[in-house]
Ligand binder design. Structure first.
Ligand SMILES: *[C@@H]1O[C@H](CO)[C@@H](O)[C@H](O)[C@H]1NC(C)=O
Length: 627
């Protein structure tokens, strides 16, 4: 997982097309900067995401005889960058400045790379993502290098929709719309003097934005908020006051352009931000998330009979299994850098979703590698809630007894995690509820991978035996996470409630809402907490082809909430588990990470006195700045 950032200063930015309801549609005319953090604080936060290399590149832009000139400053930014008043004047013109920062966690390619990547035409890229398909690349190439090469061939079209004047070339939004896989990136296109930025249509990589305002007139993008507010001000993200928006926002998923022109306003260079549509029907469909077959009416069942006659005889489950397996296979691509014995780990609860991921990973990964299964518990060493994780690993061992499976038991005590809690508060920013914090801490500790394993391989009997507890730190750089399974297959308790209230249509609406806000509520937060350990989260249930296939399946085949919990919820995934010979897992009911790991209970005791008091106060959704 990489960390990327861009700081833009010295411009008057027209925001009217991206923030339509703001009263003043352009950035403030006076320069200002927050004193809460420095460029070095941003670098420090990014460095944790990308421990292999850190680089920056600064350029300045001058208006000159009706055009924009660029002058480049190699390497580090000049000291004057943090003092906007020092903007120097060239040929009587004003200057705008751009600072690109990139920290790299290298998982692909044969040679080490350093970001920002700069090509021979002067284009600049910082990139955090994985290309799994959609565009051409060879298995040994680094996808960042492939991207910089392909982006340099894009045409100069800036119009909202590609107008066909590019003679066979793609526009930048068109090209980015073709990528399958998670990404966030920032790109300087030299020929058009345009900054392109954005994140994938599903939001599987974090990108935060600070829109210019009176407090800080710069436009800033960063994978993660720097630690500033925790040091300077304990009300994180609320330096503006409780009712004002926080400093950083999740960037809504899209491609944006910021075009610089030579026009001046208030003695500053003017530039315009635009949001572009996804130019790929597949992505449009995934965002719309429309399902044709929602209700099992007699009329529907006839339609289904025509369309799904063969699938109904079992092909359907096989198709889902194949799509998931292909998704896991794509997500186990890595190069030889720092990979160790267990390159890919699974965030593991022993529940249905993580069992499916572990079993599929076993099928996709060379048998010589070990697989770490990471589990966090806040319930002390006794950890009765470890039971399903232990039962799960035993079932996996039965299924694949030649593989070395390491159940990494990570024991945590909330009361001893004071500084860690503050750190995670800063990582989840702009999320700010106790529920976010609890999930964030559980994910952050799991990704840290620092725990115990109990298993020892018994050479004589050629099997694993449980003998001693040994300290173990997982070094897997790739972490498979089950996000998206509950949203798409009706795994949450409230799905059942919705179904009881308003039947199939209501259930479908609720699931659609879940999928359309998952970037805002979950994915950015989860990405930031996991990446802070120098690890990369990959989400096989959120593969473009998996989502598309699941949407084509009638809702009543996905879940049937007339049936009891542990049967009807995520019905389709239970069928997949059976096909993988995971009999026990196929029958497990859902337990959310914050309850399963008991962090919610511990947090309620700590912050509200007791679990009961906390429930009465709706603790999960309470904001923690009040403390
Ligand atoms: C650890 O395992 C238990 C079940 O044994 C589960 O409830 C809990 O959510 C798991 N923790 C994580 C972080 O997956």
């Amino acid at each position: 997982m990489c960390g990327i950032a861009l700081i833009i200063s010295g411009f008057r930015i027209d925001l009217s097309s991206v923030i339509p309801d703001s009263t003043d549609c352009s950035s403030p005319s006076h320069e200002s900067e927050t004193i809460l953090f420095s460029v070095d604080d941003i670098k420090a936060a990014l460095r944790k995401r990308g421990p292999d290399s850190l680089g920056s590149k600064s350029i300045s832009l001058h208006a000159h005889e009706g055009g924009i000139l660029r002058s480049s400053m190699e390497g580090e930014e000049p000291a004057s960058l943090s003092h906007p008043k020092d903007n120097f004047v060239l040929n009587d013109s004003l200057v705008g400045k751009l600072l690109f920062i990139g920290a790299t966690l290298q998982l692909r390619g044969v040679f080490p790379i350093t970001q920002p990547l700069v090509d021979k035409s002067g284009n600049i890229l910082v990139y955090n993502g994985e290309v799994f398909g959609g565009i051409e690349f060879s298995k040994s190439s680094n996808d960042a290098e492939v991207l910089v090469e392909s982006l340099s061939k894009c045409c100069n079209c800036l119009s909202q929709e590609h107008d066909g004047t590019c003679s066979g070339k793609y526009s930048v939004p068109e090209f980015l719309s073709k990528i399958k896989g998670p990404w966030a990136l920032i790109y300087w296109q030299e020929s058009t003097k345009t900054i392109w930025f954005g994140r994938d249509a599903l939001g599987r990589r974090s990108l935060l934005i600070h829109w210019p305002n009176i407090k800080d007139s710069r436009l800033m993008l960063s994978s993660v908020a720097p630690l500033y507010a925790v040091n300077e001000n304990s009300d994180i993200g609320y330096e503006n006051g409780l009712n004002e928006p926080s400093f950083w926002e999740e960037l809504p998923c899209a491609v944006y352009s910021l075009s610089t022109g030579a026009q001046k306003i208030d003695e500053k260079l003017m530039c315009v931000v635009k949001r572009h549509n996804w130019l790929n029907p597949l992505l449009q469909e995934l965002i719309q998330w429309d399902r044709t077959l929602v209700e099992p009416t007699p009329e529907n069942l006839i339609k289904v009979h025509k369309m799904y006659a063969s699938e109904l005889q079992g092909h359907l489950h096989r198709k889902v299994l194949a799509a998931l397996k292909e998704s896991v296979r794509r997500r186990t691509i890595f190069s030889k850098f720092h990979m160790g014995n267990s390159p890919v780990a699974v965030l593991f609860s022993g529940g249905l979703d993580s069992m499916i991921l572990a079993a599929l990973l076993n099928e996709c990964l060379d048998p010589k590698y070990e697989i770490d299964l990471l589990n966090v518990s806040f319930d002390g060493k006794l950890a009765p809630d470890r039971i399903s994780a232990r039962a799960g690993v035993n079932e996996l061992r039965k299924m694949a007894n030649l593989r070395r499976w390491n159940l990494v038991e990570i024991d945590a005590e909330l009361s001893k995690l004071t500084s860690e809690t503050k750190h995670v508060m800063s990582l989840i920013n702009p999320s700010n509820t106790y529920m976010d914090l609890n999930i964030g801490i559980a994910l952050w500790l799991a990704a840290g991978g620092d725990g115990w394993v109990r298993e020892e391989f018994d050479m004589n009997n050629n099997k694993y035996s449980e003998c001693q507890h040994v300290k173990y730190k997982s070094v897997s750089r790739i972490l498979l996470v089950g996000s998206g399974a509950d949203e798409q297959c009706a795994g949450y308790g409230r799905h059942r409630t919705k179904y009881k209230q308003s039947s199939w249509i209501g259930l479908n609406e609720e699931m659609k809402l879940d999928m359309q806000r998952i970037w805002k509520r979950n994915l950015g937060r989860d990405d930031r907490c996991i990446a802070d350990n120098g690890k990369e989260a990959r989400f096989p249930f959120l593969d473009e082809d998996v989502i598309r296939l699941l949407l084509d399946i009638p809702l009543w085949e996905i879940a049937d909430l007339r049936q009891p919990s542990g049967v009807g919820d995520k019905k389709i995934l239970r069928e997949v588990a059976k096909m993988l010979h995971l009999q026990e897992a196929a029958g497990l009911p859902k337990r959310a990470i914050q309850f399963g790991s008991r962090i919610a209970r511990e947090s309620n005791r700590k912050n509200f006195g007791s679990n009961r008091a906390a429930n009465q106060a709706s603790a999960g959704s309470a904001l923690f700045h009040g403390q």
